[in-house]
Design a protein around this ligand. Structure first.
Ligand SMILES: Cc1cc2nc3c(=O)[nH]c(=O)nc-3n(C[C@H](O)[C@H](O)[C@H](O)COP(=O)(O)OP(=O)(O)OC[C@H]3O[C@@H](n4cnc5c(N)ncnc54)[C@H](O)[C@@H]3O)c2cc1C
Length: 462
């Protein structure tokens, strides 16, 4: 099998980059190689922010419109609770709709909440059939004269001219490029779940509410998603988990074994003995009663557990000049810049896809265009990672009100961060698609499409 671009990892970043590249070039063969056998409905929800929405629009206007009409924009019940389940402050009657409408007026783009799984599925559905090859666990690669040879567990090798590593937190592709080991464990464990609304959940039906739980060094969040789905997130420092009899072996979840990494997302129970549900229940014993009840009510199979791993924003400085890729290989999403999951991991992953596709469309399918993409991304994702790190790290306080006050300790004020976020202006991909240079190169000559590349026009024998 030979492809122009092999994307390793079929999470949101890999799928979206593939979509961008397919839109950017006529006749490009792009395949996504995903380790999982199929997708399963899991994860919680995410705010698809203005920057993520802009990225979607820059690549695919139709898909963007679908997201715009799917996301939840009208949350009218927002309430914070402490670890005992007591409300903190008044129930906010601020309508999210007013806030989102204002943002839309300012930026021309809306935003809203949606399930993590729904994002993945909607991008998958927008791809040409057969783009994603499931059951392909990437193991290694070799450089050859005219490209790369990728190997997979129990599957035939694939030849690719270029490669995108979109394989998440413990990216095997990154490990091959940089040998820099797994990201840093933040001593925090997180559980996420989603399920169809149940009358005995005690929650309103419909995606009209957000309940947050702070204090007792725990963080919880419960909210509705489109389609009467409820999702929740519970996270706790590892010492608190241990005090509840729940061990978390970070090495087990980040070790490299013949370049095959364990992702605790897909295999929440792997190596941990007890199921994710049982473990979460034990930790939930010290959470607010409402959270405890929800965990009890959740189908055990619907819960995923994972440790929170990050790379410190400062690590990106190393790559400011060289870019974080090498040769014919680039990285995107969590493989390139894993950050605390406070909202921007997914949005920056979508940014990556739009910016990568644009750079390759304008610079041509070449290493230099990949480096230009990386150099452009580094300052932005660095600022994002700094902000998200501080936002997440200061959340686990004993006192619930102090935990809520963490916004005062962030590197950027909320307003500055919002301005920074809105300052993302991806260029829309061109409609007149260039011919794929490398595709024709393989056949013995190079064709550079007129007006799209510099030099503007070249026909050369290879
Ligand atoms: C199952 C799951 C549920 C999640 N739920 C949420 C959520 O509810 N809220 C939230 O904020 N974030 C969630 N995340 C994290 C979030 O997706 C990422 O932080 C962010 O969206 C960046 O996405 P990504 O595509 O770069 O990485 P990921 O979403 O981690 O995707 C990486 C993909 O690469 C695949 N992969 C890994 N190794 C290999 C290999 N060797 N060969 C081939 N494929 C490989 C993985 O199976 C995965 O599909 C979830 C991630 C996963 C995997």
């Amino acid at each position: 099998m030979s492809v122009d671009i092999a994307v390793v990892g079929g999470g949101p970043s890999g799928l979206f980059a593939a979509l961008g590249l397919i839109r950017a070039f006529e006749g490009l063969t792009v395949k996504v190689y995903e380790r999982a056998q199929s997708y399963r409905e899991c994860g919680a929800g995410i705010t698809l922010d203005v920057n993520g929405m802009k990225a979607l629009r820059a690549v695919d206007e139709e898909l963007y419109a679908k997201f715009q009409s799917t996301v939840v924009t009208d949350v009218s019940q927002m309430q914070s609770f402490d670890q005992h389940g007591e409300p903190i402050g008044d129930r906010s009657t601020v309508s999210m709709k007013t806030i989102i409408d204002n943002i839309k007026q300012k930026t021309g783009v809306g935003m809203g909440m949606i399930g993590w799984f729904d994002i993945q599925q909607m991008i998958f559905d927008a791809l040409p059939e057969g783009t994603v090859e499931f059951g392909h666990a990437f193991t290694d690669l070799a450089e050859e004269a005219d490209g790369l040879s990728l190997t997979f567990e129990n599957k035939p090798p694939v030849k690719a001219k270029y490669m995108v590593g979109a394989d998440g937190y413990f990216s095997p592709v990154r490990e091959i490029l940089h040998h820099d080991g797994p990201p840093e464990f933040t001593d925090t464990v997180m559980w996420r779940a989603r399920f169809p609304w149940k009358p005995d959940s005690g929650l309103p039906k419909g995606p009209d509410f957000v309940h947050s739980f702070s204090g007792g060094r725990l963080q919880g969040l419960v909210y509705g998603l489109p389609g009467d789905v409820v999702c929740w997130i519970l996270s706790a420092p590892v010492d608190l988990c241990e005090a509840q009899g729940v061990e978390y072996d970070q090495a087990q979840h980040s070790r490299s074994k013949q370049r095959r990494q364990i992702s605790s997302y897909q295999n929440a129970d792997e190596g941990q003995g007890l199921s994710a549900h049982t473990r979460c229940l034990k930790v939930a014993e010290i959470a607010a009663p409402q959270m405890q009840e929800l965990v009890k009510l959740t189908d055990p199979g619907a819960i995923i557990e994972h440790g929170l791993f990050v790379r410190q924003a400062g690590e990106l400085d190393k790559y400011a000049e060289t870019g974080w890729g090498k040769g014919r290989i680039t990285l995107i999403g969590d493989a390139a810049h894993p950050m605390r999951p406070t909202g921007q991991g997914m949005n920056t992953a979508l940014e990556d896809g739009a910016v990568l596709a644009w750079h390759l469309q304008h610079g041509g399918l070449c290493e230099e265009a990949m480096r230009a993409f990386e150099r452009e991304r580094i300052p932005r994702v660095k600022s994002m990672a700094e902000q998200e790190y501080a936002r997440g790290a200061t959340a686990y306080k004993e006192d619930a009100r102090a935990a809520l006050d963490r916004v005062k300790t962030l590197p950027m004020s909320e307003q500055d961060f919002s301005d920074f976020n809105l300052s993302f202006h991806p260029s829309t991909l061109m409609d007149s698609w260039p011919t794929v240079i490398e595709l024709t190169f393989w056949r013995g000559f190079v064709v550079v499409a007129p007006t799209l590349f510099d030099p503007p026009l070249a026909f050369a024998a290879a």
